[in-house]
Write a protein that binds this ligand. Structure first.
Ligand code: ADX
Length: 189
């Protein structure tokens, strides 16, 4: 059963106070796809122009708010549900919120869509698995292939390809540089 809550101060009033729009930009894609780099780039540019935002990222959230969770399908669902609920409160309070999570399954994307409704912009970071394995910025694909990490997304845990009907925007790292993609996302904020 979901309990709907009411805020005593309106979203519009908070947005006017901050001079920003309470929207969530949820970047998803494989580990190593570039989603956190893009999200950080966008936040940096917003900060440079004195625009406030909050960035929630898989590694950060899993070090605190979700440190009790692992990478089973159920734990990923709970991880993403908590973050979506947090992002919902932030958005209601006028804060542009960037989220960077693998969000591997269509049912995960559907869940966050249900939680965030019109506040959600779902952005797929389109980088092939081969490219992510090649880059392997944290050395995790190597470990997963050696069997040292179990249930790693793209190796022995599924990532369901995004389809255009479920996303607001697709950012393709094979077609544009990270800098160009940062600017593209920034133009939509
Ligand atoms: S999600 O599936 O629940 O959306 P999330 O984005 O929070 O994942 O966390 C992904 C990050 O956790 C990866 O970038 C990687 O650094 C780390 N990680 C550790 N183990 C795994 C795993 N089994 N699968 C995917 N990522 C993992």
């Amino acid at each position: 059963m979901s309990l709907e809550y009411e805020f005593s101060i309106s979203k519009k009033s908070q947005e006017e106070l901050l001079g920003s729009k309470g929207k969530v930009y949820w970047l998803f894609g494989l580990s190593g796809s570039g989603k956190s780099t893009i999200a950080n780039g966008v936040q940096k540019k917003l900060n440079d122009k004195k625009s406030y935002s909050i960035l929630l990222d898989g590694d950060t959230v899993r070090a605190g708010l979700c440190k009790d969770l692992g990478f089973s399908k159920e734990d990923r669902t709970e991880n993403l549900r908590r973050v979506a609920e947090l992002a919902k409160v932030q958005a209601h309070n006028g804060i542009p919120t960037l989220c960077s999570f693998i969000t591997p399954l269509k049912e995960h994307r559907k869940l966050i869509q249900e939680i965030l409704g019109d506040d959600l912009n779902l952005v797929f970071i389109d980088t092939s698995l081969e490219e992510c394995i090649e880059r392997d910025p944290k050395g995790l694909y190597k470990k997963a292939k050696q069997g040292l990490i179990k249930g790693f997304t793209g190796i022995d845990s599924p990532f369901e390809e995004a389809t255009s009907d479920e996303v607001t925007m697709i950012l393709s790292t094979s077609e544009n540089s990270i800098e160009e993609l940062v600017d593209k996302l920034l133009r939509s904020i």
